[in-house]
Design a protein around this ligand. Structure first.
Ligand SMILES: Nc1ncnc2c1ncn2[C@@H]1O[C@H](COP(=O)(O)OP(=O)(O)OP(=O)(O)O)[C@@H](O)[C@H]1O
Ligand SMILES: [Mg+2]
Length: 265
């Protein structure tokens, strides 16, 4: 393809090169390399302790790597190493172009302020000032994540686990991010609630054309949401490929065990 016909979507949004994190003598993750394209959903799977959360924390700059770099294509099209950004630039990225959905919604929400306030706060962080507009955008987002609009003035501490998780998603998506990191977003929920949340997530990700890096030890979640899978073991990526290929025809014995559910927790 000639450079003239290449659009922004042909170029990676996120590029990990040699990403390594050690905790003293302990290994978090080692030499992780991948590219993520706009609109692509990548699942990171592997047993407990394999380094999934560590990798996600480094990718999202919540942890500094021991070695390696993470490139991100900024809105101006320029690829920057996120660890070269200054504190203000990183914060701006976190508040606008990126989202982070935690397994425990309490980490991603302010439990004492209203649902509308939780969504509105992120809008105000990107400059929204008009009260009426902020409130109507918040109402719209509550609707999109299937939270009854009459709950707008209630605090998430009065919400169920599933509602909290949907509110956390609304708070993250309201600024039109291009990339969302998720760590076990359905982890603590009942199976029936999980299924509904996954359905909702799948719809939103497709509608908004979001790129997602999702950590899960649940291969059914990976199957439903992701285009590609990376399998981690002892901090390393041991297998990667298209989701259906990896799950239907795993190459590595470890992945075969994972898929046959022997190692699933
Ligand atoms: N703060 C820390 N200090 C020391 N070692 C850590 C720390 N956080 C993680 N580790 C170690 O790094 C390795 C990877 O842990 P990580 O939390 O990334 O795994 P995980 O794949 O997310 O596991 P789980 O599925 O249980 O969440 C483990 O051996 C863990 O003990
Ligand atoms: Mg983890």
């Amino acid at each position: 393809m000639s450079p003239e016909t290449m659009s922004a979507d042909d170029q990676p949004l996120l590029v990990a090169r040699g990403v390594t994190k050690r905790y003293g003598p302990h290994i978090g993750c080692i030499d992780v390399n991948f590219e993520l394209f706009p609109g692509e959903v990548l699942a990171i799977v592997g047993e407990s302790g394999s380094g999934k959360s560590t990798l996600l924390s480094v990718l999202s700059t919540r942890l500094d790597p021991t070695a390696g770099s993470v490139g991100y294509r900024m809105r101006d099209g320029v690829m920057r190493n996120v660890f070269d950004l200054n504190e203000a630039e990183r914060r701006l990225l976190m508040r606008t172009d990126w989202g982070f959905v935690h397994q425990d919604a309490r980490e991603g929400l302010r439990m004492g302020i209203s649902a509308g306030g939780n969504v509105g706060e992120r809008l105000m962080a990107v400059g929204a000032r008009h009260y009426g507009e902020i409130r109507s955008t918040a109402l719209d987002w509550l609707n999109r994540v299937e939270i009854d609009q009459t709950r707008i003035d209630d605090a998430p501490k009065t919400f169920s686990g599933g509602m909290r998780q949907r509110l956390q998603i609304a708070r993250n998506l309201v600024t039109n991010p291009r990339l969302i990191f998720m760590d076990e977003p359905t982890g603590g929920l009942d199976v029936s609630v999980q299924a509904r949340l996954l359905d909702l997530l799948r719809g939103l990700v497709a509608d908004l054309g979001l790129a997602v890096v999702i950590v899960t030890h649940d291969l059914a979640v990976a199957r439903l949401l992701s285009h590609r899978i990376m399998v981690m073991r002892h901090g390393r990526v041991i297998e990667t490929g298209l989701t259906d290929q990896v799950l239907d025809d795993p190459r590595e014995p470890y992945t075969q065990l994972l898929v046959s559910s022997v190692l699933q927790v």
